[in-house]
Design a protein around this ligand. Structure first.
Ligand SMILES: NC(=O)c1ccc[n+]([C@@H]2O[C@H](COP(=O)([O-])OP(=O)(O)OC[C@H]3O[C@@H](n4cnc5c(N)ncnc54)[C@H](OP(=O)(O)O)[C@@H]3O)[C@@H](O)[C@H]2O)c1
Length: 275
């Protein structure tokens, strides 16, 4: 059973996962390139997460929460930081190639959180449980799964033939783009005359009910609105109205609407008789 973890990188992901891991009873240490601000230092200290101390025994597992482009350099950084140690090496990237760290002599794995992190020291919810995609060398993947379960998270096991770029693109489609579209809808509601509060309420109500419906009938069947009904004149009217305030958003709207129009036959029956 893993007892000690070093989290490398106190960015949005590392500084949020470190206290979460400590809450599962792990001894967690942190390392970061730059000094941390006082508020984050307090948050980490309160959670029992302390800076890496080279005089202590080396951690059993290192979680590299660093940009994908920097990951190939991690084994070299570790060799200087923890000379002679060969901890299990795990990263949090969705898109990193399986060949990453192929020269590393220890076991390595991916532990990708399916959660948006937008701030350092972000509190992770208990419900729904934090979900991770875990895969890699058996020993490191088993340890990563164990960490997740100890912290009351859940994991999906990565298929051996995972295509990381496609998987990561799917994460962006499922999370980042809807958030952007939600922000765009808020702005459009305001431009249409709603107050900021009403705009937030309208956007949240629509997105939450769409998610609830998709949970029951599937995402394809939850696609509603004029594009799913083939109402081209209405779509053109919308694009003109949007273009008056945001030409780029109008172009995005037209492209999405055209894609739904072309694919509406493929969408499930839920597209019929909706709003
Ligand atoms: N954000 C998300 O929603 C999310 C979700 C799932 C997975 N991920 C993955 O998690 C990883 C970390 O993402 P993040 O959002 O936490 O990034 P981030 O907030 O930008 O943090 C980046 C971290 O990397 C460090 N860093 C950057 N360049 C460095 C260098 N040259 N040498 C040493 N340290 C360096 C930064 O240190 P400084 O403090 O010194 O700048 C910081 O600790 C990425 O692989 C990302 O794909 C992110």
């Amino acid at each position: 059973m893993i007892r000690s973890v070093l989290v490398m990188g106190m960015g949005r992901v590392g500084s949020s996962l470190a206290p979460w891991l400590a809450s599962g009873g792990l001894e967690v240490r942190w390392w970061n390139r730059s000094p941390l601000d006082a508020e984050l230092l307090d948050l980490l200290a309160l959670a029992g997460v302390l800076p890496l101390d080279p005089t202590e025994p080396a951690p059993e597992l290192v979680l590299a929460a660093l940009p994908e482009a920097l990951l190939p350099a991690v084994p070299g950084m570790l060799a200087k930081m923890l000379p002679g140690a060969l901890p299990l090496l795990v990263h949090t990237s969705g898109g990193a190639a399986p060949e990453l760290w192929s020269d590393y002599r220890g076991a390595k794995a991916r532990m990708h959180p399916l959660l948006p992190f937008t701030a350092r020291g972000q509190h992770l919810p208990e419900q729904p449980p934090v979900l991770f995609l875990v895969g890699g060398d058996e020993m490191a993947a088993r340890a990563a799964r164990e960490l997740v379960l100890r912290c009351n998270g859940r994991h999906l096991d990565a298929p051996v033939q995972l295509q990381p770029a496609l998987y990561h693109a799917a994460c962006v489609l499922a999370c980042n783009f809807p958030a952007f579209l939600g922000a765009s809808a808020q702005s459009a509601f305001q431009a249409a005359g709603l107050t900021p509060h009403q705009s937030t309420e309208a956007t949240t109500a629509l997105m939450a009910s769409m998610l609830e419906l998709a949970g029951r009938v599937g995402f394809g069947a939850a696609v509603s609105g004029p594009a799913s009904r083939g109402e081209t004149p209405i779509l053109q009217q919308h694009a003109r109205a949007l273009a008056a305030t945001d030409a780029e958003l109008a172009a995005v709207y037209e492209l999405l609407a055209a894609t739904i129009l072309r694919r509406r036959e493929l969408l499930l029956d839920g597209a019929k008789g909706n709003q």
